[in-house]
Design a protein around this ligand. Sequence first.
Ligand code: NAG
Length: 394
Amino acid sequence: MRFLIVALLALVQLAAGTQPLRCLMYLTGQHVVIPDYALTRHITHVALAFMNSGVFNEEPPQEWSLFTTIPSIRPKFHPGTKFLVAIGGWGDTAGFDVAAESEDSRVRWARNVAQMVEDMEADGVDVDWEYPGGNGEDYKKVPNSEKAWQITAYPLLLQALRRELGPHKLITAALPGLERDMLAFTPATIPQIVSQLDFVNVMTYDLFNRRDNVTKHHTGIALSRASINAYISRGAPADKLNLGFPFYVKWALTEPCPDPENPVGCPTLLMEDPETGADLGRAGGFSFHDEVPSDLAPSYNRALAQGKYDRVGGGHYYWDEGENRWWTFDTPEAIRVKFPVLVEGMGLGGVFAWGLGEDAPEFAHLEAVDGAMEKLRGKENAKRDAARQSTKEL
Ligand SMILES: *[C@@H]1O[C@H](CO)[C@@H](O)[C@H](O)[C@H]1NC(C)=O
């Protein structure tokens, strides 16, 4: 009997139609390229990146400065697409530090953000504080202990933002992919955080970065799953989470790998200055839209031609034995594999990519996302129709 009721409820929910699968694209000031209209059919949200977090602390605030306007790009996307202004980004923490400090500063910041949303004709904002509680770009200069207060202040900042923006504007956030950076995302705070947000963009990329000392897949399946599971186990509903795709490659210099046949876990050179946290130039990346730096081109071409897919960790990789150089990136095929395994398999609410123009001019990775969205949406619709049919019969 109980089983029947549970099954019936599930059917009714399905028939009523949960939110359709989301697909958000960041559009960045570095690569302002929008694909042909047909290829934007499954894009549900566009987040313009970035507006500086500090401008909302000023009274009265300055002019809003962004690389484009929402009314000018709206027609390039399908009707119903929502446009967000992304605030912050890597290295932009100073404005958030000031904003979060007190109830007065939180309200001032939130009010100014709400004014900006109105002025820009946006549908909402994406909050990209990397990261509350520490481990940001300045983590060697400002110790995390000095940012511990932000762990309780971050949910309060989002609360203030929700009050000022109201229930109909969208508030989303980009959250760290690595558990070591989830300082402000605990079982106590996650429920407070997600209750203010429409959805979360989990940055399931850069999971291998210059703070590591062995090679990893920077957007691999196993690491992405661990990242998503960390949020779920702390109280985030899976359908509020978006899986992140990077439209860029990463490389790093390594020691000679002990096992050239299996270079995952191979020691890297020291990639970050342990004192200052500065980049030592032994790791890097570039988008699919960038011109490949000439000193990297031969090795990158080998990575494209001879790269392999690791079925254990779930990632495309290549170790260039001649240069002791590790490459890690998603091919279109690697993207396709993630949909059944991670998006469908974990019941996620959608996906996002950093960023749209980074995949120009070929848009091969966007095409992989588009094709997988088409497939998954088809399945969702079929399930919904079947559920409608059964509830009718009941
Ligand atoms: C490598 O990094 C891990 C943490 O990610 C650390 O525990 C370990 O000591 C580091 N090893 C070396 C040789 O620095």
